[in-house]
Design a protein around this ligand. Structure first.
Ligand SMILES: [Zn+2]
Length: 72
């Protein structure tokens, strides 16, 4: 169910206007903004997860040691 992000009144999913019919909020702008923020948060969380996972892997540490001492 679509909801107005400003006044939080329910809008019909079949309502394709770009402005809330109750408060006149620009729905396109609001939704776009919200989506961008969610994407950014998701990306940041994903990056953190990958980073943590990589830090757990032993080969990464080995690689770093090899980088410090290239000739054993
Ligand atoms: Zn509204």
């Amino acid at each position: 169910m679509r909801k107005c992000p400003k006044c939080e009144k329910r809008l019909s999913p079949l309502y394709f206007g770009t402005a809330c019919k109750y408060c006149g909020a620009d729905l396109l702008y609001y939704h776009f903004d919200e989506r961008l923020e969610q994407d950014a948060q998701k990306a940041a969380a994903q990056e953190e997860k990958v980073e943590r996972l990589l830090n757990k892997l032993p080969f990464r540490r080995k690689k770093r040691q090899q980088a410090i001492k290239p000739n054993p």
